[in-house]
Structure formats: structure tokens, C-alpha cells
Design a protein around this ligand. Structure first.
Ligand SMILES: Nc1ncnc2c1ncn2[C@@H]1O[C@H](COP(=O)(O)OP(=O)(O)OP(=O)(O)O)[C@@H](O)[C@H]1O
Length: 318
């Protein structure tokens, strides 16, 4: 195990933004997924040792994380800060305090590893967002870290570089190494990562971070702002989550045992790898995943009325 978090509470200005009772991160690729402000970057900063939690412990390879461990952990920020000078200067900079000669050769090799195709002597100020990400990644890799923490690494990359990173990340995170990245694309997280950590409002959620609604329980109903959902049994909870794959869309009310049925309207459709993610507003904003074939069969288009159906047992509470 690479990390273990125990009873961690962290926040700013007296506000708790992260509350994690227990979390273990294993070697390989781990994805952090959640809405804007869910706490992904905050968690990455704790894993990087840049900030210490207000309460609780972050263990790194079984021992409390210390400043000395920081040199074994590479951290690439969402908006990497590059210094003046060339791309190559930026990568060589990290090697200033490291032993071993031929810093230029090592830095060039790191740039090549991350697929940097521009002139290494090009001033950093003239690089694109994606190239800056690559330089920041190379600057980490040249220090040969055991762990890589990447904050939304895909967000500024063009399609080709995204594909490159999708292939590179799992290939790097082998032999005990760990890579943790945050992302908004739940699909990519599921494909790339061995472990997906879903966060919502600073808490771990036991489901993909889609269809997470806040509210209160009343018997075996859960009341959100816009809906009353059926639960299998009365519980106490402040949130519910429904896996998008547990939602059945239909053009007419279904004759079935599914107790949760809501009439709504399609607002967006996004195709990924033979599947379509359909966003429907039906009291709340739902995401459902359907096959391309059934999407075509139903003739789903934005604005179309549809029914959102799911079983009470598909509603997870926490
Ligand atoms: N330095 C800070 N000072 C005050 N509040 C902060 C600070 N950093 C983060 N926060 C707050 O903590 C919460 C979690 O923020 P965080 O950046 O970790 O979320 P995130 O999941 O990474 O979001 P995004 O996907 O938008 O980057 C937010 O409400 C944010 O406003």
C-alpha cells in the first residue's frame, strides 16, 4: 500500500472541505473523480505533503508522511508554474540539487519520455498549455519519483496528447509505482485506473460521482430539492447516489417493478466508445448511460421528453 489516510479533516478559513475516515491507495493508477470543488486538489496536496491535514494522519508507505518523503513524490499542478528560461532549463532546474552528471542529457531524455516535440530551447513563456503540462511532467520525472500526483492532467491537452498520456500513465505506474490523477471524465477514470476514488463535497462517495443528490430521509423516501426518491428501507442519510448504468430510459412509462419513475427531458448527449451518456432533467439532473444502438432506436435528441426509471435498490445512501 502506498498511502493510508486515517480520520483526516482538512479545510480553510474554519471550513472543512475534506473529511475522510479511511482511505487506502495502492500501487498502479488511481483516479480521483468529483464535481468542481469536491476536494480533489485538496486531497492531492495532502498526498504531496504540500499541506498537512488539520486532523488525522496521512501515512506514506506505512509511516507518517514527512518533508523528506516529498522528494519521492512528483506533483504536477493543474496550472503548472514554469520559470523564465527554456523548456529544457525548467526540466534541468530540478536536478540542481541532485547528484550525477550530464543534467542536460537527463533532462532531454525526460522531455522525450513525455512526448515533448517542440524545440527544448524554446522559451517556456512561448509554450502552449499542453506543452507546459509536458514540461511540468518531465520536470517531475527527471527526479525519478516513486509516486506521481497529477491534478487534472488531461484538461489542457489536445486529443493526440491526451491519447498519449492515457497510454503512458498505466505503463509508467508498474513495479510498485503509483500514479494518482484527478479528472472530471468518469469514463476515462474507469478505463485507466485500477482504483477510482469518488469525492463529493469533500467526502468519499461509494459510487461513481454522478447522480449524487443532497437531501433528507423521511421513512423510505429520500427528499431532494426537486424529487422524492424511493429507498428500499428507511435509513438515515444526507446524500444519495445512483449509478448512471442503473438508470433505464424509456419513451413511455414502464410497466415494471422499478419504483422510481420520473418524467423529464433530454438536455445533452455525449458519445464515448460505443456508449452514449444522456443528461436528463427530471426534477434533478440525471446522467444515464445507454448503448449507441438503443440511443438510435429511441431516437434520443436534446429537448425530447423521456422517463427516467430505476429501482429503489439502485439508490445508494451515505
Ligand atoms: N487555499 C484555499 N483557501 C480557501 N479555500 C480553498 C482553498 N483551496 C481550496 N479551497 C476550497 O476547498 C474546496 C475544495 O477545493 P478543491 O480545489 O480541492 O476542489 P476540486 O475538486 O479540486 O475542484 P476543481 O475540479 O474545480 O479543481 C472548494 O470549496 C474550494 O473553494
Amino acid at each position: 500500500m502506498v498511502y493510508r489516510l486515517e480520520a483526516v479533516r482538512h479545510g480553510y478559513d474554519g471550513r472543512t472541505v475534506l473529511a475522510i475516515e479511511r482511505l487506502e491507495i495502492v500501487p498502479g493508477v488511481t483516479a480521483l473523480v468529483g464535481e468542481n470543488g469536491a476536494g480533489k486538489s485538496t486531497l492531492l496536496r495532502l498526498l504531496a505533503g504540500i499541506e498537512a491535514p488539520r486532523r488525522g494522519r496521512v501515512l506514506f508507505q506505512g509511516k507518517p508522511l514527512t518533508c523528506a518523503d516529498r522528494r519521492r513524490i512528483g506533483w504536477v499542478m493543474q496550472h503548472p508554474y514554469l520559470l523564465r528560461g527554456s523548456a529544457l532549463d525548467n526540466v534541468m532546474l530540478g536536478l540542481r540539487f541532485r547528484r550525477g552528471g550530464d543534467r542536460r542529457r537527463r533532462a532531454l531524455a525526460a522531455l522525450e519520455t513525455v512526448g515533448f516535440r517542440a524545440d527544448p530551447d524554446r522559451p517556456a513563456a512561448m509554450l502552449s498549455g499542453g506543452q507546459r503540462q509536458q514540461v511540468a511532467l518531465a520536470r517531475c520525472l527527471v527526479l525519478e519519483p516513486e509516486v506521481l500526483l497529477l491534478d487534472e492532467p488531461f484538461s489542457h491537452l489536445d486529443a493526440a496528447t491526451q491519447r498519449w498520456l492515457e497510454g503512458w500513465l498505466p505503463a509508467w505506474a508498474v513495479q510498485g509505482r503509483a500514479a494518482v490523477f484527478s479528472d472530471h471524465a468518469a469514463e476515462r477514470c474507469r478505463i485507466l485506473a485500477r482504483q477510482v476514488i469518488a469525492l463529493s463535497q469533500g467526502r468519499l462517495v461509494p459510487a461513481p460521482a454522478a447522480n449524487v443528490f443532497r437531501g433528507r430521509c423521511e421513512g423510505n423516501r429520500f427528499l431532494t430539492k426537486g424529487l422524492a426518491l424511493w429507498l428500499p428501507e428507511p435509513v438515515t442519510a444526507t446524500h444519495v447516489a445512483i449509478d448512471p448504468r442503473d438508470i433505464v430510459l424509456s419513451l413511455r412509462p414502464l410497466q415494471s417493478s422499478m419504483r422510481n419513475r420520473f418524467r423529464g427531458r433530454v438536455v445533452a448527449l455525449a458519445e464515448t466508445g460505443g456508449e452514449v451518456r444522456v443528461t436528463v432533467v427530471a426534477g434533478e439532473r440525471f446522467e444515464a448511460v445507454v448503448t449507441l444502438a438503443s440511443c438510435r432506436e429511441m431516437g434520443l435528441t436534446p429537448g425530447q421528453p423521456v422517463w427516467v426509471n430505476f429501482k429503489s435498490t439502485a439508490v445508494r445512501t451515505f
